[in-house]
Design a protein around this ligand. Sequence first.
Ligand code: ASP
Length: 355
Amino acid sequence: MPKINRRHFLKAAALTGASAVSTRLLHADGLRSSSKGPIGKPIAISSSNGTRALERVMEMILQGSDSLDAVISGVNIVEDDPNDTSVGYGGLPNEDGVVELDAAVMHGPSYRAGAVAALRNIKNPSKVARLVMERSDHVLIVGEGALKFARAHGFKEENLLTDESREAWLQWKENLSNQDDWLPPHSLEDTDIGQLYQKYLRHYGTIHCSALDMNGNLSCTTTTSGLAYKISGRVGDSGIIGAGLYCDNEVGSAGSTGRGEANLLNCSSVMIVEWMRQGKSPEEACLLACKRVNERCREKRLQDEEGRFKFDIKFYAINKRGEHGSASIWSGGQYLIHDGTQVQTLDCSYLFKHK
Ligand code: ASP
């Protein structure tokens, strides 16, 4: 049993009020009593675009694979899929029409992580992130350097832009402004063109996947093409350890999808893991992260008329006991879990209900 040290106690007391502390620390002791989770009771969680990924993750885990091998292999399916326009090949490009990918991986048992950001021409950034972890003395490599690193490891470069994502980008560009020279298709009768921006709202999308394997070890990965039509070189939360994902083999694993800028300002994944360490359930911890994003926002342009954060972020978490949970700022979100029998779609908890 680990000793409760004074620093932990004071920190927890400051966060929660002394009366709640003793229960929470008892809880936390339960989570920390072993560096492994329940042996032979695996679980995997992902964002709602991960059905096929979770099937592969669990198939591998049930055959005895390590959780990191499984989550990376699972998300590779989505990275390879041209029809998922938020991840890997076919991802929506930046404002210049170039696909730039962010991804990170974290391995619970070895407590190591690797990441790449603004990586061009390589469709499986999660694999490159793993190599950053295993074959470099760094944690994060970006842009041209990440591409050179991938080339050095034999990755093949390819054009990641599909016709569908190029056309979506072109429509966005043509409708962005009526003060530039890019025109959307229009007729001679149209009096107002270039005002259709709302119709081409930039969307978010990503896959996060965390898993607990048969040996009770946790790992996670998040991989994305990021915010569609972003400024070239923009890095979101997905490739940032602590923001877009985090895992601690003694506690749990967490990750996010949605508006990366807000998450970068709050480092929510590491916070979710810390809240679980203090005894919060995965769902409670994800909700706390949503609350914090909402409460910390000071910019009116990001708030609705009632002062609520306008955008959405979803958080996903599992703990060492195999419990899971997810929360989003706005109602209507879903997440997936695989408990070894089948993929289930579940509703995320939320802070605010859409009208
Ligand atoms: N979080 C990702 C980013 O900000 C995008 C997303 O999840 O939709 O890059």
